[in-house]
Design a protein around this ligand. Structure first.
Ligand code: GLY
Length: 385
């Protein structure tokens, strides 16, 4: 087989594309990735919370099952990648504390607590004083909170580097070029044409290009994934060693209706996120976005104003109509999707890799991924009269 022909061609080299290619290669399939900058994408911005329990929302109980399945895989997944590549992923089993700053936040958290309990999840209600005992840097005004010891974190940039190394070791071929058009031959996806005018052939094509997944030319309208970009601005601060330990776990809250979270890494990085903005393809870091994140984070943890602000960045979450990913075969034979992971791309990386490799190797989507088939958004395309 030439390097331009593979069993599986993954369009998009973010964490979802990389994990799909790696796991497929481990199953003996020849795999290739088309991306001008593999390892880029939303994971370079994401904070890396593995927050299945604290990010539970009403109406998302089906997604919860997938999130929990992936969270359970994380310890083995991280250990396997580290053993294979020598990369430490910054997987930190530190837990999360979601706090309330006023009576409205407190009522909101009480409702979340009730939903978590109904869903059989472990979380513990703490008074404001108990929250501050756990995290002394919290503001004196904290009115109570939810302690979730099972919601952890990973460093998505380290995860990306490890996945790139794992792909290289497994013989995944990288085509550092944009995919321009899907090639369809005899009603079957057969590969892509690149912006360089090259043709890459494949037995199966996986569209895993995050928020860009709906833009590949040549994909029939009826199977085009309904993903949209949802902008998130994120800040990175550094905790000087004299202030450590600044926070010992992820701390989060909803302030004036907006989510804010502070994710402390062992290397002293403190990630503060994130805005959620429906502004198309805009990735500008704005004064307003930075101001709001710092203002809200400061209300939670006033001491952040002492810390150096080392990075500001914006990324695009791939949002889907029901906030859940699209996984598996489409109605076009040979074309599969692994996209639309929205707020949970980092969390869902292990289960996505396993599910996609399984369906690519066997044709069967595993049980855990079946509620997320692209067919749930099947749209009727009007034929001209
Ligand atoms: N899961 C965090 C975010 O999307 O901002």
């Amino acid at each position: 087989m030439s390097s331009r022909t593979s069993d599986v061609l993954v369009v998009g080299g973010g964490i979802i594309g990389l994990v799909t290619a790696w796991r497929a290669a481990q199953r003996g399939l020849s795999a290739a990735v088309a991306d001008p900058e593999p390892g880029g994408g939303a994971a370079q911005v994401a904070a890396g919370m593995l927050a299945a329990v604290t990010e539970l929302h009403y109406g998302e109980q089906t997604l919860l099952g997938l999130n929990l399945a992936s969270a359970r895989r994380y310890p083995d997944f991280a250990a396997e990648l580290t053993e294979l590549t020598g990369h430490d992923l910054g997987y930190r089993r530190c837990g999360t504390l979601a706090v309330a700053l006023d009576a409205d936040d407190r009522a909101h958290l009480r409702e979340l607590h009730a939903l978590q309990r109904q869903s059989g999840l472990e979380s513990e209600w703490l008074s404001g004083r108990e929250c501050r005992r756990l995290e002394p840097m919290l503001a004196p005004g904290v009115r109570g909170g939810l302690r979730v010891d099972g919601d952890h974190q990973i460093d998505p940039r380290r995860l990306t580097r490890a996945l790139l190394a794992a792909c290289e070791r497994a013989g995944v071929v990288f085509h550092r070029v944009w995919a321009e058009r899907l090639r369809v031959l005899r009603d079957r996806a057969a590969g892509i044409t690149t912006t360089d005018g090259d043709q890459l052939d494949a037995g199966q094509v996986v569209l895993a290009a995050g928020s860009l997944s709906g833009r590949l030319e040549g994909v029939p309208e009826a199977v085009l994934p309904p993903v949209r970009p949802v902008k998130g601005q994120v800040l990175r601060l550094t905790v000087p060693t004299r202030y450590a330990p600044f926070l010992s776990r992820t701390v989060r809250a909803v302030v004036r209706g907006s989510q804010v979270y502070l994710v402390p890494r062992e290397n002293g990085e403190l990630v503060i996120g994130a805005t959620s903005e429906e502004l198309g393809w805009d990735t500008t870091v704005t004064a307003g976005g930075v101001y709001e994140l710092l203002r809200d984070a400061h209300e939670l943890v006033p001491g952040i104003t002492e810390l150096p602000l080392t990075e500001t960045r914006a990324g695009l979450r791939p949002g889907s109509p029901d906030n859940a990913p699209l996984l598996g075969p489409t109605d076009l034979p040979g074309l599969l999707l692994a996209t639309g992971h929205y707020r949970n791309g980092v969390l869902l990386t292990p289960v996505t890799g396993d599910a996609m490799a399984h369906v690519l190797a066997t044709g069967e989507l595993p049980e855990v991924a079946r509620p997320f088939t692209p067919g749930r958004f099947r749209r009727r395309v009007e034929q001209p009269a």
